[in-house]
Write a protein that binds this ligand. Structure first.
Ligand code: FES
Length: 104
């Protein structure tokens, strides 16, 4: 069951979402009102970039479209993903995320 933890600097609490089945991170964000902004939802704008502070191995590897945009931003896909494109693996794991630009 990946446990997805969303951090927001300055907030005393973090959002924790159990996602036993894995699946698209965007769906996890939507159903939990996670503090991650979206715009295009199609790996084109970079609005939804998140820092992966823990648990990058709980995601399936990025597909070409996501990799291409991360590369444009010079982002390391082990440390940064697109919330509109990243997909969580089913099974155990713990993921800690923070939207880019929310580093306090
Ligand atoms: S919302 Fe535009 S790249 Fe994800």
């Amino acid at each position: 069951m990946p446990l997805v933890i969303f951090e927001t600097p300055g907030e005393p609490t973090e959002l924790r979402v159990d996602t036993p089945e894995g699946g698209p991170l965007a769906e996890v964000c939507d159903r939990s009102a996670a503090p991650v902004p979206f715009a295009c939802r199609n790996a084109r704008c970079g609005t939804c970039r998140v820092d992966v502070l823990e648990g990058d191995d709980a995601f399936f590897p990025p597909e070409d479209r996501e990799l291409d945009l991360l590369d444009l931003f010079s982002d390391d896909p082990r440390k940064r993903r697109l919330a509109c494109s990243a997909v969580l693996c089913p099974g155990s794991g713990r993921v800690r995320l923070r939207a880019v630009g929310q580093d306090g």
